[in-house]
Design a protein around this ligand. Structure first.
Ligand SMILES: [Zn+2]
Length: 319
């Protein structure tokens, strides 16, 4: 799989503009790609999405209420590497049209109320600096105030090195905010998109009640090159991909993008209550919802059985 998600635009016959898939390198019409939610219809490669594209795919039309839209990144350390940090921020803002690498807001997902936050990898590698940390906290506070499920889609290179220790502090800060969410008994669903790495994987992204990953997403604290150089060993095929993480139990499910919205809505219903009928697949004659059938249903039943003694113990603690 190629590291770059950049589409190569080539001229096809009769002035038809087609795009080459970065994975299988076959040509696909842009309309076809758009209809398949930016997933290659030939090989299933999940192309990267901008934050706004992701929100458009997940949130119901209308009613998007942005949280933390007044936050602006600063340069607290006066940091300069090859270029001043301020210049990098300005360039990222100009190329993405965003203020920062994270966009959050209140919305509905298939009529289920949620607080949705999305990272944008195009903005300085989706790195978590002070503003991203603060925006996450405000979104969590909003979820607590409105008593809704928190849904977060991550794609990030980790902490933002240009903000040094202030960036690393966001890991602790966001974890504390998520504790408030947990104390309020509100669910958190995390969606790990390609790539989710570093300090974001090691904090907010993996502290959810349910962790979903997109097919093929790279999920690892460090990149494969760094690991190979450190351990001086060749990494196995498929290292760090979502499917491998699923086999080790580090994620709960790998869900294709075409199913993602419905699955998130179903989980909100399952975790917070609601009308099951609303999220059944249109035209589906399936009598039981997906979480009560097949292997997952049996696992859920077993988990329920195992959780019973712990629940009654907790209840005793409450009284
Ligand atoms: Zn392809």
């Amino acid at each position: 799989m190629l590291d770059s998600g950049e589409a190569r635009v080539v001229d096809g016959p009769a002035d038809v503009c087609v795009e080459a898939c970065p994975h299988c390198e076959r040509l696909v019409l842009p309309e076809v790609l758009k209809a398949s939610l930016n997933v290659c219809p030939l090989c299933g490669y999940h192309r990267p999405l901008s934050a706004l594209e992701r929100i458009a795919q997940l949130a119901d039309l209308g009613g998007w209420d942005e949280v933390g839209s007044d936050l602006q990144p600063l340069d607290p350390l006066g940091f300069r590497d090859l270029r001043p940090y301020r210049d990098r921020i300005r360039a990222a803002q100009a190329s993405t049209g965003l203020r920062e690498a994270f966009v959050g807001g209140r919305c509905n997902i298939l009529q289920q109320p949620a607080a949705l936050g999305v990272f944008d990898f195009r903005f300085l590698g989706g790195s978590m600096g002070s503003v991203v940390g603060e925006a996450i906290i405000r979104l969590v506070n909003r979820a607590v105030a409105d008593r809704v499920t928190l849904v977060m889609v991550t794609s990030s290179g980790g902490a933002r090195m240009q903000e040094g220790i202030l960036s690393l502090m966001q890991m602790a800060k966001t974890v504390v905010a998520l504790e408030d969410l947990r104390a309020s008994r509100l669910p958190f669903i995390s969606v790990l998109a390609d790539p989710t790495t570093g300090g974001v994987l090691a904090s907010v992204a993996t502290l959810a009640d349910v962790i979903i990953a997109e097919p093929g997403a790279f999920l690892s604290f460090a990149g494969p090159r760094v690991i190979e150089q450190t351990t001086r060993e060749k990494l196995p095929e498929g290292f760090g991909r979502a499917e491998e993480s699923l086999s080790y139990g580090q994620v709960d499910m790998v869900v294709p993008r075409s199913e993602l919205k419905r699955r998130i809505a179903a989980l909100i219903v399952l975790l917070q209550g609601g009308e099951e009928t609303r999220i059944r697949k249109v035209g589906s004659d399936e009598k039981r919802p997906w979480w009560r059938s097949g292997t997952l249903g049996r696992t859920a039943a077993r988990a329920e059985e195992l959780a019973r003694p712990a629940r009654s113990w907790l209840r005793r603690g409450d009284s």
